[in-house]
Design a protein around this ligand. Structure first.
Ligand SMILES: NC(=O)c1ccc[n+]([C@@H]2O[C@H](COP(=O)([O-])OP(=O)(O)OC[C@H]3O[C@@H](n4cnc5c(N)ncnc54)[C@H](O)[C@@H]3O)[C@@H](O)[C@H]2O)c1
Ligand SMILES: [Zn+2]
Length: 345
C-alpha cells in the first residue's frame, strides 16, 4: 500500500492501492468513526462501483443513503447542489456525519462543495475513479460548482479527511477519459519533474502506482506551501490559461485534458521552442491534441473576459526548460504573444 500524507490546515492520508475501494468502510472508520453517510456518485460509476462501496460501508457499520447524478460536467451546477443539500437534510445527516464522493472530478467537486457547505462543513472522503481525479482534483481541497456565467465560479477550499485511489478503477475508463488524466500527468512532469517525463515515454498503465504517487506528492508539496492559491500553487495551472479559453470557446465539447494538452503545447512553442517538438511528441503519444483551430485573437478575447483575472496583469506559467516551469507576471497586452502558436511550427 502506498500512502501520501498531506499536512496543510488539515492532515489527511491519500491511500493508493489496487482494490482499496472494497475496504473503504474499514479504512474510513479508523479516521472518521462510523455514522450516517451519503454516498454521492454518477450514473456510470454507480453501475460499476456503487455496490462495492455501499457494501463495504454497511459492513463497517455505516448507515448509507445514496445520491446519483447524471454523469458529466453539466451536473456540476447549483440545482444538483441544492438537491443534494435537501436530500442530506431529509435524511437527517448531522455535523458528525460524512459524505463519500465516488467518481471523477465532477462528482468530487460537487460532493466536496456539498460537504463543505452542509452545516458549515461535514466529513468528506474522496474516492476518485478517473485518472484525472486521482492525480489532481481529489487532492488539495478545491471544491466547486459551475454557474451559467462560467466554470468553477462558486466553491470553497475544503480538505477531505481521507482520499482512496483505487487503481483498478482506471482499468474501466474509456481511452479518451484515461488520456485526459495523462495530460495532467504530463503537466506535473513539465512543471518540475523531468524524470516523470522520461517515465511517460513508457506505459502509464504499467507504472500507474508510481505515477499516481508521484503526482499526488508533487501536488501535496505545492499545496502545503500555498494552500489558498496565492502564489506557488499557480504553477499547477501550466497550460491552463489557454486551455480554459479553448474549453469555453468550444462550449465545453473539448474536454479539460485535451484543452490542457493544447495549452501546454502552445505556451511551450511560444516560450521554449527548442523543447516544443519533444513535448508535442509526448502529448501525441497519448492521442492528445497539440493544435487548435481557434485563432489567437479568439482565445485572447476569452481569456481576458475570465472573471478571475485581476487588473491589468495576469500570472502565466511558462517553461524555462523541459521539466521545469516558473511563474511570470505579464500585462494583458502581452498575452497574444504567448498565445500566438496555435499550430505546430
Ligand atoms: N478540484 C480540483 O482541484 C480540480 C482539478 C482538476 C479538475 N477539476 C474538475 O474535474 C472535472 C473533470 O473531472 P473528470 O475528468 O474526472 O471528469 P468526470 O468526472 O466527468 O468523469 C469523466 C467520465 O468518466 C466516467 N467515469 C468515471 N470513473 C469511471 C471509471 N472508473 N470507469 C468508467 N467510467 C468512469 C464518468 O461517469 C464521466 O462520464 C471538471 O469539472 C474540472 O473542473 C477539479
Ligand atoms: Zn487541470
Amino acid at each position: 500500500m502506498r500512502k501520501v500524507t498531506v499536512t496543510g490546515s488539515k492532515t489527511y492520508d491519500i491511500i493508493i492501492e489496487k482494490g482499496c475501494m472494497e475496504r473503504v468502510g474499514e479504512l474510513a472508520k479508523q479516521v472518521i468513526g462510523v455514522g450516517k453517510s451519503i454516498l454521492i456518485t454518477d450514473d456510470i460509476v454507480d453501475g460499476l462501483y456503487g455496490t462495492i462501496v455501499e457494501t463495504s460501508l454497511r459492513s463497517a457499520g455505516f448507515d448509507v443513503v445514496k445520491y446519483v447524478i447524471p454523469n458529466g460536467e453539466r451536473s456540476k451546477n447549483g440545482y444538483e447542489f441544492l438537491k443534494i443539500l435537501n436530500y442530506m437534510a431529509e435524511n437527517e445527516l448531522t455535523r458528525s456525519d460524512a459524505v463519500f464522493a465516488l467518481g471523477g472530478g465532477v462528482v468530487g467537486d460537487l460532493a466536496g462543495f456539498s460537504a463543505a457547505s452542509y452545516m458549515r462543513g461535514i466529513k468528506l472522503v474522496q474516492i476518485p475513479t478517473t485518472l484525472l481525479a486521482m492525480v489532481d482534483s481529489s487532492v488539495g481541497g478545491k471544491t466547486a460548482i459551475d454557474l451559467p456565467a462560467g466554470k468553477n465560479l462558486v466553491g470553497a477550499f475544503y480538505q477531505p479527511d481521507l482520499v482512496l485511489c483505487d487503481l483498478t478503477a482506471a482499468e474501466t475508463l474509456p481511452d479518451a477519459v484515461f488520456a485526459d488524466g495523462c495530460a495532467e500527468i504530463i503537466k506535473y512532469g513539465m512543471i518540475c519533474d523531468e524524470e516523470m517525463l522520461e517515465k511517460l515515454e513508457g506505459s502509464v498503465h504499467e507504472q500507474i502506482g508510481d505515477i499516481v504517487e508521484r503526482c499526488v506528492s508533487i501536488k501535496r508539496d505545492v499545496v502545503n506551501e500555498d494552500e489558498h492559491d496565492h502564489g506557488l500553487r499557480q504553477l499547477l495551472n501550466f497550460g491552463h490559461t489557454p486551455a480554459h479559453a479553448i474549453e469555453q470557446n468550444s462550449n465545453y465539447t473539448i474536454s479539460h485534458g485535451r484543452a490542457v494538452a493544447i495549452g501546454m503545447a502552445m505556451i511551450t512553442r511560444a516560450c521554449l521552442p527548442e523543447a516544443a517538438e519533444k513535448l508535442e511528441k509526448l502529448i501525441e503519444k497519448y492521442d492528445l491534441p497539440t493544435e487548435t483551430d481557434y485563432t489567437t485573437e479568439q482565445l485572447v478575447r476569452t481569456a481576458l473576459s475570465d472573471k478571475k483575472r485581476k487588473g491589468n496583469t495576469i500570472t502565466l506559467v511558462v517553461p524555462e526548460k523541459y521539466g521545469r516551469c516558473e511563474l511570470k507576471k505579464i500585462t494583458i497586452d502581452e498575452i497574444a504573444e504567448y498565445f500566438r502558436c496555435t499550430k505546430k511550427q
